[in-house]
Design a protein around this ligand. Structure first.
Ligand code: SF4
Length: 317
């Protein structure tokens, strides 16, 4: 498999990653798996009682200054897996009791991930596959996942171009993300849940409200209500200044009730009543994945190297 002229995300860096070239994300050709766990702190319809089988990929095509997963995202941390080995990771998650396989930040690796999913299904994977991304996707890339992904769990981050550029270095974020969301909804159809309330098909959109950005959040909620009526929404208030957030004075605090509560009211007004809403008392570093101590990754990024953390369960989202 070759990724000549990489177009896995809207940056379309056109580098040949299979030949060792790297683009904006810095990701290699084959996926790096940085962390595998049973995750109990996703939304209840994803984590259920036994946990979601999260597979955190190293690296990211965004550069969010407040990234909670910065320890593995800034550089593509983790152990390299070819599709065959990755399929076995997915199967192992089902064997340990996970309700689903939850692919976290898979975008730069969409093509080999799709191949791994085909292999895993052929080898007996039965649980739903959740694609948990920042929504900075291309429709073409999502097309490759047709029939392989059951549940999409995309972030919807910014309406304003200036915010997308300032906080995530993501030009054209809103246009790309909204086209991706529409494609995800077309691909999965109506949301469906099993008898235990676990999501088995559909789209659950996440939005993290940011300090000082209530107007932008409101614009996104209005877009969702207008363009994707009935969509399931997870509105989050857990923002905590981490990573480079302290370089941005407006991001050095948590949300204030007076900027979050009107968003809750707006959801009521717009009929966005499917999904979840965090309380304004949700911020805290307990949501940050305990991937590993800060330092040891530098030596752990190579083929077959360390950096793969496996835990029985975790508390990040
Ligand atoms: S996945 Fe990485 S290399 Fe490919 S287009 Fe996106 S940022 Fe560029």
């Amino acid at each position: 498999m070759r990724l000549m002229a990489c177009d896995a995300c809207p940056r379309r860096c056109a580098v040949d990653r299979a030949a060792g070239e790297v683009g904006f994300c810095g990701c290699p050709h084959l996926p790096r798996v940085a962390h595998v766990c049973l995750h109990r702190w996703e939304e209840p319809c994803i984590s259920g009682s036994r946990g979601s089988g999260t597979v955190f990929f190293g690296g990211c095509n965004l550069k969010c200054v407040f990234c909670q997963n910065y320890r593995i995202s800034v550089r593509p941390m983790g152990r390299t897996h070819d599709p065959d080995a990755l399929a076995n990771v997915f199967l192992a998650q089902e064997e340990r009791g996970a309700h689903n396989v939850n692919l976290v930040s898979p975008t730069p690796y969409a093509a080999p991930v799709a191949e791994a999913l085909r292999l895993a299904r052929a080898r007996g994977l039965t649980v739903p596959v959740v694609y948990n991304s920042n929504a900075y996707e291309t429709v073409e890339s999502l097309r490759r996942l047709e029939g392989l992904v059951d549940v999409y769990l995309p972030d919807l981050k910014y309406r304003e171009e200036s915010l997308a550029r300032r906080y995530s270095a993501a030009p054209g974020y809103f246009g790309a993300a909204t086209a991706a969301l529409k494609k995800m909804v077309r691909q999965t159809g109506e949301a469906a849940f099993d008898g235990d309330g676990l999501m088995t098909r559909g789209v659950l959109v996440r939005h993290l409200a940011l300090p000082g950005c209530s107007a932008d959040s409101a614009a996104l909620l209005r877009w969702l209500a207008r363009e994707l009526p009935g969509v399931h929404l997870s509105l989050m208030a857990q923002y905590t200044p981490v990573h480079r957030a302290r370089e941005f004075p407006e991001l050095t605090r948590t949300l204030r009730p007076e900027e979050y509560e009107p968003l809750l009211d707006l959801c009521d007004e717009l009929g966005l009543d499917r999904g979840y809403r965090q309380g304004v008392d949700s911020p805290g570093e307990e949501y940050i994945p305990p991937f590993a101590p800060d330092t040891p990754f530098a030596a752990d990024t190579g083929e077959g190297g360390g950096g793969l953390e496996e835990g029985p369960e975790d508390s990040p989202r």
